[in-house]
Design a binder for this molecule. Structure first.
Ligand code: NDP
Length: 448
C-alpha cells in the first residue's frame, strides 16, 4: 500500500463519520502522487502527511443565548486551527445548521492549501456554529454573536488567528463579534476581517471572492485562446459569492442566466437582474421566489435540484457558488452534454469527487475552489495589512492587488500541473503548489 493510501485509511479510521473531511483529504492526497511517490521514504520518515492531515488543535464550545420569547437556546461553536506553518491561522466562520465537526475539518484543511496559494503569509483555520441565522431577529443575531465571541476570543488574536465571514456570517455578524472582542480584551486590532468600512474593513472585501472567480476564469480562458466575453454562464447560490460573481461576469461581457438558494432556483434567459437580486437578498433578506414575482419572464423552480437544477440549463460555463457537493455526477453529465467548456468553483468543494473526475475526463476545464475562490481570503489578508499599518487603501489599489493575486494563482497552479506531468489538471496543480510551500515551511521549522 502506498504511503498516501496508508494516510487516507488512517484519517478515515481515526475520524469516523466525517465524510466531508475524508473526501477533502482523499482528493488532495490522491493528486499529490507525482510529488510524494518519488520520495516516499523521506515523506514517510518525516510523517509529513500525518502532520498535514491532523489539525494543530480544534476547539468546540457551548454557545448559550436567549431568543425573543425568553427561551434559552444552546448551539455548538467550533474553531479548527489546522496549520500555521506559513502564517497566523486564517479562515471564515460559518453559521448554518449543517455545521458539524466533519464540515469544519474539511473546510479548515482546504483552507491551508488555499491560503498557501494566495502567496500571502496566512495559515489555515475554519470555525462556526450550527446556529441558523434564518428567520432570527437582529437582536437574536446579536445575542448569539456576543455569546459565540465570549468564548472564541480566548483563542484568537491579530497575530494568532484571524477569523472572517462565510455562509451566514456577513458584515453584520462580524460587527457584533468585533464589538464583543474589543469589549472583552480592550484591544482595537485586526482580529477579524470582513469588518465594516467605518471600523477597519477593506474596500473590495465584499466583492472579492466573486470578482476573484471571474479574474481567474478570464486567465483560464485567455490561456486557452478564449475569453469570458459573450459566454452564457450558470451560477448557483445567491449569497455573497454568487452575487459578485454575477456582477463581475456582466462587467466582463458575459451573461449569467441562473442563480439559486436553498429553496429554489431561477432561470432568466434575459440574464439575471442583478439590481433585483441584490434588493431581494441583501436588503430584504428574502427568498428567490420573490424574483419571479417581479420578473415574470424568468422561470422559478421550487426546490434547489427540481427539474435538474441550475446545471440543466444550456451554458458555456458553470460557476457553483452555493455550498459543498451541490454539483454531482448527474449534473456534470448534463453540463457536458450541453457543451459546457469550463467549471470554476466559487464555493468550497461544490463538485463531488465523481463529478470532478467526470468533468476532467470530458475535457471540461476545471478549477477547484481552493484556487478559484481564494480572492476572498487574499483580500482579507490585505485587510490585515491595512489594519497593521493603520491605513486604508483605495478601491482601485485593492482591486489591482486582487487581480494580480488571481493571475499569480492561475500561473502557479498551471505551472505546477505542467511541471508534474499533468498539464491542465488544475486540481493536481493547486494541491501540489499549495502542498510544496506548506510542507517546506513545516520541515524548516522542525517538529512541534
Ligand atoms: P452566503 O451565506 O452569502 O450564501 C450562500 C448561498 O448558498 C445562499 O444563496 C444559500 O441559500 C445557498 N445555499 C446554502 N446551502 C444551500 C444548499 N444546500 N442548496 C442550495 N443552496 C444553498 O455564503 P457565501 O456566498 O459567502 O459562501 C458560498 C460558498 O463560498 C461557501 O461554500 C463558502 O464557504 C464559500 N466561500 C465564501 C467566501 C466568502 O468570501 N464569502 C470565500 C471563499 C469561499 P439560502 O439563502 O437559502 O441559505
Amino acid at each position: 500500500m502506498s504511503y498516501r493510501e496508508e494516510v487516507i485509511n488512517r484519517v478515515i479510521t481515526e475520524n469516523p463519520r466525517q465524510p466531508e473531511f475524508h473526501q477533502a483529504v482523499r482528493e488532495v492526497l490522491e493528486s499529490l502522487g507525482p510529488v510524494i511517490d518519488a520520495h516516499e521514504d523521506m515523506y514517510r520518515r518525516d510523517a509529513i502527511l500525518e502532520r498535514l492531515t491532523t489539525p494543530d488543535r480544534q476547539i468546540q464550545f457551548r454557545v448559550t443565548w436567549v431568543d425573543d420569547t425568553g427561551h434559552v437556546r444552546v448551539n455548538n461553536g467550533y474553531r479548527v486551527q489546522f496549520n500555521n506553518a506559513i502564517g497566523p491561522y486564517k479562515g471564515g466562520l460559518r453559521l448554518h445548521p449543517t455545521v458539524n465537526r466533519s464540515v469544519m475539518r474539511f473546510l479548515a484543511f482546504e483552507q491551508v492549501f488555499k491560503n498557501s496559494l494566495t502567496g500571502l503569509p496566512i495559515g489555515g483555520a475554519k470555525g462556526g456554529s450550527d446556529f441558523d441565522p434564518k428567520g432570527k431577529s437582529d437582536r437574536e443575531i446579536m445575542l448569539f454573536c456576543q455569546s459565540f465571541m465570549s468564548e472564541l476570543y480566548k483563542y484568537i488574536g491579530a497575530d494568532v488567528d484571524v477569523p472572517a465571514g462565510d455562509i451566514g456570517t456577513g458584515a453584520r455578524e462580524i460587527g457584533y463579534m468585533f464589538g464583543t472582542y474589543k469589549r472583552l480584551t480592550n484591544l482595537y486590532t485586526g482580529v477579524l476581517t470582513g469588518k465594516g468600512l467605518t471600523f477597519g474593513g477593506s474596500l473590495v472585501r465584499t466583492e472579492a471572492t466573486g470578482y476573484g472567480v471571474l479574474y481567474i476564469l478570464e486567465e483560464l480562458m485567455k490561456a486557452h485562446g478564449n475569453s469570458v466575453e459573450g459566454k452564457t454562464i450558470a451560477v448557483s447560490g445567491s449569497g455573497n459569492v454568487a452575487t459578485y460573481t454575477i456582477e463581475k461576469a456582466y462587467q466582463l461581457g458575459a451573461k449569467p442566466v441562473t442563480c439559486s438558494d436553498s429553496t429554489g432556483w431561477i432561470y432568466d434567459p434575459e440574464g439575471i437582474d442583478l439590481a433585483l437580486l441584490k434588493e431581494i437578498k441583501e436588503v430584504r433578506r428574502g427568498r428567490l421566489s420573490a424574483y419571479k414575482a417581479e420578473k415574470p419572464s424568468a422561470e422559478y423552480h421550487e426546490g434547489t435540484y427540481s427539474n435538474g437544477g441550475v446545471w440543466s440549463v444550456k451554458v458555456d460555463i458553470a460557476l457553483p457558488c452555493a455550498t459543498q457537493n451541490e454539483l454531482n455526477l448527474d449534473a456534470a453529465k448534463m453540463l457536458v452534454s450541453n457543451g459546457c467548456i469550463a467549471v470554476v468553483e466559487g464555493a468550497n468543494m461544490p463538485t463531488t469527487f465523481e463529478a470532478t473526475k467526470y468533468l476532467q475526463g470530458s475535457n471540461v476545464l476545471f478549477i477547484p475552489g481552493k484556487a478559484a475562490n481564494a480572492g476572498g481570503v487574499a483580500t482579507s489578508a490585505l485587510e490585515m495589512s491595512q489594519n497593521s499599518e493603520r491605513l486604508s487603501w483605495t478601491f482601485e489599489e485593492v482591486d489591482t492587488r486582487l487581480q494580480t493575486i488571481m493571475k499569480n494563482i492561475y500561473a502557479h497552479i498551471s505551472d505546477a500541473a505542467k511541471e508534474y506531468g499533468c498539464p491542465d489538471d488544475f486540481v493536481a496543480g493547486a494541491n501540489i503548489a499549495g502542498f510544496l510551500k506548506v510542507s517546506t515551511a513545516m520541515k524548516a521549522q522542525g517538529l512541534y
